[in-house]
Design a protein around this ligand. Structure first.
Ligand code: HEC
Length: 205
């Protein structure tokens, strides 16, 4: 998807550029000195024996191509100059900048949507587990002290939640009431904990 939109935008950009690019061809035959060619008046095209390559540059032309063919009298030069016309105010750099910004914005929006989708999926899985297995002792919103001894689990942060479940699983908690909780801790993996936690956060905001 993203790739496709980059390609489309690049095509649009390049066709804009080509549609408004102006080119002209100038030449110099049998020129003896490579160093002076810059400032030598060129024949043909927009140069018309009046303008050198450096004159052309001053007028906004850029060199698109140079062909040099040595012969017995010197070197034949053919210059191809290019100039953007109606895009004068909007340089390619500005257009590319806009394009990159748009790509960034699209990317950020997609990442945001993916995160949101993941959050919703986690929350729903958490709701399913919590309402079917935990509510009875911990309350609809995780607000109860289970059997009068636990902390309200909607007040735990993610680390505390994980550590508490792990404590039951590794046998760090073996009290009378802990025996009630242990089987539920045993059936929860990392994702279950994260999902229940996400669900409790979402209903207790
Ligand atoms: C039969 C009742 C019961 C059920 C059902 C139950 N728990 Fe518990 N839970 C307890 C008790 C009792 C404690 C406190 C045990 C102790 O003394 O350590 C506890 C403790 C906890 C703690 C640690 C709280 C603290 O203070 O550190 C977490 C987290 C927890 N339960 C999550 C859950 C989740 C999630 C579920 C559902 C998958 C669940 N419990 C189901 C009874 C239950």
């Amino acid at each position: 998807m993203l790739k496709k939109s980059i390609i489309t935008t690049c095509l649009v950009l390049s066709s804009l550029t080509y549609a408004t690019a102006q080119t002209t061809m100038c030449f110099k035959q049998n020129h003896a000195d490579l160093i002076t060619i810059e400032n030598t008046k060129l024949d043909g095209g927009e140069c018309a024996s009046k303008k050198s390559s450096s004159d052309m540059k001053k007028e906004g032309w850029t060199i698109a191509d140079i062909k040099m063919t040595p012969n017995s009298l010197g070197t034949d030069f053919i210059y191809v100059f290019k100039k953007e016309t109606s895009l004068e105010n909007v340089s390619e750099e500005v257009l590319m900048d806009k394009l990159y910004k748009r790509i960034e914005t699209e990317k950020a929006a997609k990442e945001e949507a993916a995160k949101e989708a993941l959050f919703v999926a986690n929350k729903q899985a958490g709701e399913k587990l919590f309402t079917s297995k935990c509510v009875i002792c911990h309350g609809q919103k995780g607000e109860l002290k289970a059997k009068g001894v636990s902390r309200p689990i909607n007040e735990l942060d993610h680390n505390e939640f994980q550590a508490a479940i792990r404590d039951y699983n590794v046998g760090n908690k073996d009290g009378v009431m802990a025996i009630l909780m242990k089987p539920y801790a045993n059936m929860m993996d990392y994702n279950d904990i994260k999902n229940v936690y996400t669900y409790l956060k979402s209903i207790n905001e």
